[in-house]
Design a protein around this ligand. Sequence first.
Ligand SMILES: [Cu+2]
Length: 334
Amino acid sequence: MKARLVISTLLCAISLPVQAHGDWTSARPDGHAPMGVMADHVHSQSEWMLAYQFTHMSMSGLRDGSDRVSSDEAINDYGYNAAPTDMDMDMHMLMLMYAPTDRLTLMIMAHYMDNTMDMDMGGGMTGTMETSGMGDSFAGGIYKLLDAERQQVLLNFGLSIPTGSTDETVENMMGMEMRAGYAMQLGSGTWDLMPGMTWLGQGERWSWGSQVMATLRTGENSEDYTLGDELRFTAWGARKLTDWLSASLRLEQVQFGNVDGADPEMNPDASPATDPRNQGGERTRLGLGANVRFSGPLAGHRVGLEIIEPVRERLDGPQMSEERTITAAWEYAW
Ligand SMILES: [Cu+2]
């Protein structure tokens, strides 16, 4: 009798937080995280969401550690044949979310990448390289562990599927095809596990959240290397300005490891971009964002924008330094 009481009390205590104060709501502009955060929310049972996101990242100049390195120094002091001066990465993402239950939301993502790199070839010569095509895909989900006191704790899980190519080539000055550098490739070439945790909180006018997410590479790709693992930690605060508009401030810390192994088609002395020792590092980034949630005839639609700049970089270098990232998205849920 006593045991039954203890068990039923325990069961009640476990299930209570989920049922009692399901107050956290996504039905406000800051009900979705700043646009640079992925997989930040779950949907109600049998709800769908389609999203398109465009991200433009610009990189400029080189750093070794935190210090600037000119392309002349990279060529004359470090001994590379050439050095990248600017890089632009455009990413188009299409995402579909579906919630089979109130606790579980499943998601798939596909990417299209367009990369451009300007090179200083030494002796006053310059060149431009371009790679584009489908990037890696993602399949995974978000499981709601806890929903109480206007807070949610979410478990993120997923798999990055190597649909992006790792054998992209570019033409050199002599018109010869050569393998593009690691950052110019469109995918990792490996199946990558992406576990994470997300915490969300909400007040009347404010909301906040944080997320930790890892990218863990498994095995080696067909070009004999493995990209470094990644760890991202981000925390944000958002202010609901009106029923349809919110503004956010977000801090992010990203750690990324070096390439393990090396693509034998790349000459590590050609440029820092093809040197497997110059791909790791860490970045602290600050993002300023705005979210809009439509109502009336446009109910279900959202748009958002986030502008992200690095405040600190420590790179295994010389390696390209990030200048600015702009990400804009449109979402529709039904
Ligand atoms: Cu969604």
